[in-house]
Ligand binder design. Sequence first.
Ligand code: NAI
Ligand code: A1CAB
Length: 272
Amino acid sequence: MSLKIAFVGVGNMASAIIGGLRASGYAGESIIGTSRNPDKHKSLEAQYGIVMTADNEWAVEQADVVFLCVKPHMMRDVIDSIAHVVRDEQLFISVAAGLELAALSAWLKKPVAIVRSMPNTPSLVGVGMSGLIANEQTTGEQKQWVSDAFDSFGGHAWVEQEEHMHTVTALSGSAPAYFFRVLEVMIEAGQAQGLDAATSRKLATQAMKGAAAMVTELDEDIAQLRRNITSPNGTTQAALETLEEQGVESLITAAVNACANRSKELGKQYKV
Ligand SMILES: NC(=O)C1=CN([C@@H]2O[C@H](COP(=O)(O)OP(=O)(O)OC[C@H]3O[C@@H](n4cnc5c(N)ncnc54)[C@H](O)[C@@H]3O)[C@@H](O)[C@H]2O)C=CC1
Ligand SMILES: O=C(O)[C@@H]1CCC=N1
């Protein structure tokens, strides 16, 4: 029998997970979502074949597994409002940046199983990646269910130390946005050189996809893959030298560090 899953706070991230789960065969009838935007409920129901409601308590009462998907600053109020219907045997999965297991556990007020996750929006198209860490109440069986569920819309990595979730956020949770920004800039540069927007988008995007596929599918050093494209005194060398001169390494390192630091700040803000 499939487990009933509730998503509290169906926005961008929860939609991506729901879309990924549905595409990989999870039954729509087993999924209930809630949000503060009732005007969007009908279209979400039609798109994913799920049930949407504004009633968090009802959704949580129906569920075996509850995904907590509201913004970090709303999480405490939302958990406070559902804590009285929480049952010991339920599994809670938070997707919120920064929020520690200890805070979630204190707010839930019961010794329930909790998994802190850091997914990303490519989950929507089955190419997500999620970092995971569980509290000690989480059983091996529950961890297996979580691994299988997250694998159904991409991949997962359990981390041993909660501190590492900040790095997961910097390398994975937020990272699709860095690549989108790079694509935006490349597409604009292509257009500035005279290509139409659609062709520019297709070329840049396929190059990014191809690079990622080579790294994923070939067991080769990334630097060597880069060198394979770089003819001495050729076009790639001209581009790469410009990237280095303009500080690509310090720029990207600073962005990754800023992301992890913001995650740490959020954790401190809500520390119990
Ligand atoms: N967007 C992303 O790429 C990622 C987001 N996250 C985490 O996911 C969480 C949600 O982020 P987004 O989906 O981007 O935000 P969002 O704003 O798109 O979605 C939040 C949803 O929560 C609903 N909501 C607010 N208060 C509520 C309440 N009291 N009861 C029920 N629903 C309520 C809103 O109506 C909205 O639909 C955050 O904690 C964020 O840290 C994690 C990884 C990636
Ligand atoms: O920007 C954020 O805070 C969320 C968490 C990771 C991706 N989006």
